[in-house]
Design a protein around this ligand. Sequence first.
Ligand code: NAD
Length: 265
Amino acid sequence: MSSFDAFADFRMTGHKALVTGGAQNIGEAIARTFSGAGAEVMIADLNGEKAQATAAAIQAETGNPVLGIGCDVTSEDDIQACVQQTVSAFGGLSTLVNNVGWGRSYDDPLAVPIEEMIESYKLNTLSAMRMTAACRPHLLQAPNATITNSGSLVGVLPAFDFIAYSAAKAALNHLMTGLAHYFARQVRVNTVLIGTVITEGYAQAGLDAKVQEALAHPDNLTGRAGKPQDVANAFLWLASPAGSWVSGQTLQVSGGGKRVRLKPE
Ligand SMILES: NC(=O)c1ccc[n+]([C@@H]2O[C@H](COP(=O)([O-])OP(=O)(O)OC[C@H]3O[C@@H](n4cnc5c(N)ncnc54)[C@H](O)[C@@H]3O)[C@@H](O)[C@H]2O)c1
């Protein structure tokens, strides 16, 4: 039997994590993975009841403390209350995951209402900035502190039919790379550029045909859509000590592919 434990650096025992939008899909997988690795986890979600139910289910699976709380990440009051409750519950906060994000599709990118552009920026970009600001004093006191963000492939390869979302996710990349430099040697900051992950949200948005088109394209090197766990594994690497030499990066976790948007004839 080997005396070398290759998984030791991936353990998150002693980490105190806050995962936004963790009640379902990708955020839920991140919360479950961190908890399974030993972290204490707070799930903050607009749907507080679902956050609590998901937290209880994960805790039953992993045996580690997981809590759920209702929080609108576009509300400054909610952000402050959520961070306060996390710190009260766990005695600190070392690991922030800014996972909330969403985008609506429009056939004509120049017909997107101004209000939609602003709302997308508030939800996908400013929420992560404000959550980071609220967590800052706690992160600065924590060993191995990290911020890891749910970015998108469309933040570097814009989709014209998701232009508000693409622009907001691109801004998230710049914001977080800038903050990685601000937090140098204190808090590591990275953003995962997520490709097409099959979730309930995708089914509801009715994107099946477009998703199929992207998956069939030769640029998709792995030939399949992602699972939430594919993404959560990358978050575990970046947020655990295993990623301790990585900061200020955007990491593409997308099946190796490009999301292709060809304008229909
Ligand atoms: N699913 C994909 O294929 C995909 C691809 C690229 C990037 N992403 C990004 O990954 C992240 C997670 O995606 P997902 O598909 O799991 O999302 P999802 O829509 O399935 O879940 C998002 C969660 O966030 C919560 N939420 C929404 N608005 C909120 C708010 N204002 N405050 C707090 N919570 C709020 C929802 O209740 C939900 O539980 C997002 O940032 C998304 O942009 C997803």
